[in-house]
Structures are given as structure tokens and as C-alpha cells.
Design a protein around this ligand. Sequence first.
Ligand code: SAM
Length: 295
Amino acid sequence: MTEKNTDTNKANAGTLYIVATPIGNLGDITQRALDTLKLADKICAEDTRNTRKLLTHFGIQGELQALHDHNERHKVNAIKNWLDTGENIALVSDAGTPLISDPGYHLVSELGDQGYKIVPIPGVSAIITALSIAGLPTDRFTFEGFLPAKNVGRNKALQANLKEPRTQVYYESSHRIAVTVEAMLDIFGATRKVVLARELTKMFEQIYRGDLAGLQRWISEDDTPQKVHQKGEFVLMVSGHIEETESDDVNSSTEALLKILVDELPVKQAASLAAKITGRKKNELYKQAMLLKGK
Ligand code: SAM
């Protein structure tokens, strides 16, 4: 690579490229990612064996260097030295965009402060991929990454998000998806809207849309032979909290009642019974019941 830094105080140093790679489907690699990986003098990777497979698939040789959570701080100096000799370095993670719940923060932060040129080679990230099909508000959202592994920490983090009005996005693994959904159900309540994206871009990609009570059932009552609903990688998106006014309280209790009734009865009968119980108009309740039924 010959590109040189011209707009910082490290004009003669090489460039650090932050390269996104696919999260499943290898067809999602970008042309720029391939060109950059081909031409980089060194490729820093979270797991070199994993990245070697990716490179081999695309016929790229590449000199690999390990950079992971445990050696990142130590490795920064070595990378600076390589850049200072004019080498161009690429950073990749196991999947998706580096630094997004992946190593690279210390490296980019320190090199950025010291004026090294850092160039993004954008591509896939699970969070944006998931949000693009969620159908939850995406004008504003919060990325929560992984919740703490222990119950106390997890519950505390969820409690802190209880009144968060923006869509919340969580990463989760197969080991903890069931306990996380359970904890969300306890803290956010049964009717909070949720979308779970499982194994995005892979062969068994699956999307669950509904509320937390439904998701908890989908996971716990999974009757697939290998309990696949808990397997793989997940992005869990929870709709933001909506501040309830007094009349909203009435609306939500009516909705909760309707929900129970439409699960058991035909829509018309459910609406008629709900009208008798709540004193509300039957035709309004009928429309609401149709929506709940997804009609
Ligand atoms: N850097 C990656 C990115 O840009 O999305 C994320 C790395 S993080 C260590 C791995 C987590 O991302 C998984 O536990 C899961 O929550 C999410 N993830 C990665 N690939 C996924 C996929 N194909 N489907 C669903 N979630 C995925």
C-alpha cells in the first residue's frame, strides 16, 4: 500500500484501517474490505485462526497478528512502531465491525489522540442489521451491548433502563438468552414490545416479533428437537418506555383484558365481553381486538 497520511502530524506513518467483516453470510464482505485486506502489510485479528479461514476463503494471504482483549494495551506500541515505519495495518474482529462490543477501543483511542491516520472500511454490524428489520422506532435508540453476566448486575442495568424512552438494543449469547428474557419480563413487564433477531444473515436466521411474555414462551416452550430457539447469536431489541397518562392506564388495562379474551375467544365475542366489563364502545374494542389478533 502506498497511501500516506497527509493531514495529521504523522504524515509519514502508515494508516490503520478498521475493517468490517460479515456476521454470517460471507457474501456480505465489501469490495473495499477485500482490497484493504489484500494490500495491508499486517492484519490484526481477534482470533487469527478464525480470520485465516476468512482470508483463505477469499484467496488472501496476509500476515496475521493477534489483537484481543487480553493483549490490546500491550500491542498498541508494536502497532505504532509498524505504522511509524510506513506499514499499513488492518484491524478486523471475528465478525462485524471492530470496536462494536469487540476489541480495538484502546488502540483507536490512543492512535487517534496521537494523530495517526485511521480509516474506516464500513460494512456489516449486527446492531444495524437487526434494527433495519425490527420495525421499532430507529430515529433514536440506545445500544446496550452485553448485559452483565451476574443476576444482580443484570437486574440493576435493566432497572436503570426501565423508563428509557428510546428503543434499546442488546447483544446476547446462547448461554444467557433465556435468563435475560426472564429478567426483562420481570422488570419491563409482559406487554413491552420486543423483537429478537437470531442468527442474522445465516442459514437459520429467525426473527421473533411480539411482547416479552410471548418471547419468554417462544423460548421456554420451544418444541424444536434441538431447542434451536436458544441457540446461536442474538440481537434483542426492546421498545422504549411510553409515559402513561391516567387515560393511558385505562387503555392499557383494557388492552390487557382484551389480550386475554382474544387468546381464548373469537374476536367478536372477546370485544363484546370486554365492552360489558369496561363499559367502552363495542366497535372500538372490536377494532382493537382485530389489531391484537394481527388482522
Ligand atoms: N462486532 C460485532 C458487530 O459489529 O455486530 C459484534 C461482536 S459481539 C462479540 C458478538 C455479538 O453480536 C453476538 O453475541 C450477538 O449478540 C451479535 N451478533 C453477531 N453476529 C450475529 C448474527 N449473525 N445474528 C445475531 N446477532 C449477532
